[in-house]
Write a protein that binds this ligand. Structure first.
Ligand SMILES: Nc1ncnc2c1ncn2[C@@H]1O[C@H](COP(=O)(O)OP(=O)(O)OP(=O)(O)O)[C@@H](O)[C@H]1O
Ligand SMILES: [Mg+2]
Length: 235
């Protein structure tokens, strides 16, 4: 039984005709459950495009993607309900936190399990558990506008993890954080990966966290190359 994520020959073309951009030209990638891999490449190389395809936010043009035992894309989506796929299988962590301004910190996180039909009480307790793990439980009743940038980011990360998705896609998750907080985020991602057999892809330019990865995919002009990382882990 194969789990985790597998991507084979993935292509993405934006637009058509003279203005078409081939952002992904045949990407191969495999992430095992429990693994945190880095995705590194210059600006415009296709990192965000790859995460958006894998997260079913945009449609690829061709190729194949397998999530757990399920072929989700094979020259077309094989999943009927893409909204449910995004909600239940994929956790997103973006560079900009995108918190909902009129909900407090706890509700920003609890909203996610509620959308997946958890009870109010269950959703709040899951939210508080993740907020504690990310060291922001003392801000549980605050509104997003009252938080520092780093606190907002940690709340956004709690939101990405709260449903325990089998896959987490993180696009520059540590960019706004100081190095101690950045390492804290990497520690949480590694713990999540181990505990819940999550497959995690982290797009980053952050020199401090690159040495923590055991495996790194380099992407350039829409093509990936795998490479062993320093694999120092954390601490
Ligand atoms: N919606 C779009 N329409 C047309 N072209 C796009 C679109 N989104 C991205 N592109 C192009 O696709 C290529 C890959 O973009 P992408 O955003 O995936 O790069 P990236 O590696 O995430 O870069 P960065 O490090 O700057 O975030 C770039 O040439 C970009 O201009
Ligand atoms: Mg990007």
């Amino acid at each position: 039984m194969s789990k985790g994520i597998r991507i084979e020959g993935l292509k993405k073309r934006y637009g058509t005709g003279d203005t078409a951009v081939d952002a992904l030209k045949g990407v191969d990638m495999q992430v095992e459950p429990g693994e945190v891999v880095g995705l590194i490449g210059p600006s415009g190389s296709g990192k965000s495009t790859l995460l958006k395809c894998l997260g079913a936010v945009i449609d690829p043009t061709a190729g194949r993607m397998v999530l757990g035992n399920e072929v989700i894309y094979d020259n077309g989506w094989k999943v009927r309900d893409l909204r449910a796929l995004r909600r239940d299988k994929i956790g997103f962590v973006f560079q900009a936190p995108y918190l909902i301004p009129f909900l407090d910190v706890t509700d920003n996180v609890a909203l996610i399990p509620m959308l997946a039909h958890a009870s109010n009480k269950e959703a709040r307790s899951k939210a508080l558990e993740l907020l504690a793990a990310l060291d922001v439980q003392h801000r549980a009743k605050a509104m997003p506008s009252q938080l520092s940038g780093g606190e907002q980011q940690r709340v956004a990360i709690a939101r990405g993890l709260v449903n325990r998705p089998p896959v987490i896609l993180a696009d520059e998750p540590t960019a706004p954080l100081d190095s101690e907080r950045a390492m804290g985020v990497i520690r949480i991602l590694n713990e999540m990966a181990r505990k819940f057999e999550t497959a995690i892809i982290v797009v980053t330019h952050d020199e401090k966290i690159i040495p923590t990865f055991k495996r790194i995919y380099h992407i350039r002009d829409g093509v990936t190359h795998e490479e062993a990382g320093e694999g120092k882990g954390i601490e």
